[in-house]
Design a protein around this ligand. Sequence first.
Ligand SMILES: [Zn+2]
Length: 56
Amino acid sequence: MSSPCPICRKPATPEARPFCSKRCADVDLQRWLSDRYVVPGAQDDEENPLSTDFDN
Ligand SMILES: [Zn+2]
């Protein structure tokens, strides 16, 4: 048995492991990139434009 998807906890699939789907892999990538984009001392903490930017 493979490990569950770290994003949604569904069973992972061979095509997208360790995720359940390409979508979850992409979500994980986005989180990782977003985390790297966080700049200590940035002044834009109160507004989060990223939350409205997923309309793809
Ligand atoms: Zn998933």
